[in-house]
Write a protein that binds this ligand. Structure first.
Ligand code: GDP
Ligand code: IMO
Ligand code: MG
Length: 424
């Protein structure tokens, strides 16, 4: 099984970091293929908690080669801080590779992200304000600066000066902000370049070589299927392609190289930021999920919106990603409820939708159709064998499997590595 993809199958924060860390044990390489430091992946290693934003979650294992591939947008300042933070904890970052083709998040991207959100007012996306949207927009407009541009400051200067003509006009005339000074940016990025030089590589070549040698390569998705630029709840999405198809473009491998696609789902659903969320619970149940699940953003600290498990979304994620397996996380959080609900379909204007509706109005206005299941009172935190789960929890999982149409491969019962049930 050399190439395994792991994607978020909801709106992000499904527990991808924990699962990547867990499986990294059996891998040789862990690759981030999209997104940027909008991601926040939590890994608990003994007493220590790590929050990764740009660095792949496999870095804690010395045998792993962590790769930031071309599809990622890199804020070099954040990357250096992350590297230094790990080195301070005596975790080696020596093997880290960063694609020369990855685009850079520039200071004006961060400012524009904030300014656009402010201007949108109530219609804001609720971005992480890490400059992700503006950075990918420049990539598509072919006005972006790439990691390799930092290797030749003459080229960097030329591209930056061209970019600033437009950016400064927007900053000053549209948003009434101060213009940016090219010299200051050149000085800062020149410094970052010196620190990152040794990590820069042709990562597509490295990844393909590893696959040729039958090495195990793991592609760690950030965000989630419903935040995908093409397939998510547009415009309330991120600006990259978190779905499995994004791996080919974002890492430079052919589609036939992918052997397995795992989708991570929480046993309930959360969302940070704005946008439709059919099973959202604006009540005491939602509050209870948030508090006991610790549902506060890893990157921004914002409270996450919480709701019941949605099988329509899982079926959709299975279709869009070609999921071969599912990982269910945080089922331990459900122990407090005497009864649980799973959304099987949506109702809008008298019509029932079993497939995720493609029309935005339906997603915004539909009412979920629920099936009620019995809860369980026992704590699941110490269970590591499927047989030891309470009957009600087994039924809950069986229903997720049945409605999603994809086999469950793992069930996570807590943030720690040992808190996992292997199903197959
Ligand atoms: P990611 O962005 O998908 O990697 O997920 P985050 O790290 O943003 O959010 C998941 C949170 O849930 C983190 O705080 C994890 O430590 C925690 N977590 C992961 N799996 C489990 C689990 O099975 N049970 C509980 N209670 N917490 C978990
Ligand atoms: P991980 O990898 C949850 C959300 C933001 C916002 C929208 C657009 O930890 O699962 P952006 O800054 O990307 O332009 O914001 O996407 N978002 C995430 N939500 N988990 C994430 O990452 C997210 N990354 C972005 O909250 O709604
Ligand atoms: Mg997260």
């Amino acid at each position: 099984m050399p190439a395994i993809v792991l994607v978020g199958a909801q709106w992000g924060d499904e527990g991808k970091g924990k699962i990547t860390d867990l499986l990294a044990d059996q891998m040789d390489m862990v690759v981030r293929y999209q997104g940027g430091d909008n991601a926040g992946h939590t890994v608990v290693d003994g007493d220590q908690e790590f929050r990764f934003h740009l660095i792949p979650s496999g870095i804690l294992y010395p045998h792993i080669t962590p790769v930031i591939a071309n599809g990622v947008v890199v804020n070099p300042k954040v990357l250096i801080e992350e590297i230094e933070g790990l080195e301070a904890k005596e975790i080696s970052t020596e093997k880290l590779l960063v694609s020369c083709d990855a685009h850079l998040v520039m200071p004006y991207h961060l400012i524009l992200d904030g300014a656009r959100e402010l201007k949108l007012g109530k219609a804001k996306i609720g971005t992480t304000r890490k400059g992700i949207g503006p950075a990918y927009a420049d990539k598509a407009a072919r006005t972006g600066l790439r990691v390799q541009d930092m290797l030749d400051m003459k080229i960097f200067r030329e591209k930056l000066e061209t970019a600033l003509v437009e950016k400064n006009a927007i900053l000053t005339k549209l948003y009434g902000l101060d213009p940016l000074d090219a010299e200051e940016i050149i000085e800062n990025y020149g410094g970052y370049a010196k620190e990152l030089k040794g990590f820069i590589a042709d990562t597509s070549l490295v990844i393909n070589k590893a696959l040729d040698e039958d090495k195990n390569v793991f592609f760690e998705g950030a965000q989630g299927t419903l935040l995908d630029l093409d397939h998510g709840t547009y415009p309330f999405v991120t600006s990259s392609s978190p779905v499995a198809g994004g791996v080919c473009v974002g890492a430079g491998i052919g589609p036939k190289r992918i052997d397995k696609v795992l989708g991570v789902v929480k046993a309930y659903v959360t969302r940070v930021g704005s946008g439709p969320f059919p099973t959202e619970l604006n009540n005491a149940v939602g509050d209870a999920l948030r508090e006991s699940g610790g549902e506060y953003g890893t990157t921004t600290g914002r409270p996450r919106r919480c709701g019941w498990f949605d099988a329509v979304i899982l079926r959709y994620a299975a279709r869009i990603n070609g999921l071969t397996g599912v990982v269910v996380t945080k089922i331990d959080v459900l122990s407090q409820f005497s009864s649980l609900k799973i959304c099987m379909g949506y109702k809008y204007k008298g019509k029932v939708y079993k497939d995720f509706p493609s029309h935005q109005t339906i997603i915004h206005k539909c009412v979920p159709i629920y099936e009620e299941l019995e809860g369980w009172a026992e704590s699941l935190a110490d269970i590591t064998e499927y047989e030891d789960l309470p009957e009600a929890a087994k039924k809950y999982l069986a229903r997720i499997e049945e409605l999603g149409g994809v086999p469950i491969e793992m069930v996570s019962v807590g943030p720690k590595r040992r808190q996992i049930i292997m199903m197959r």
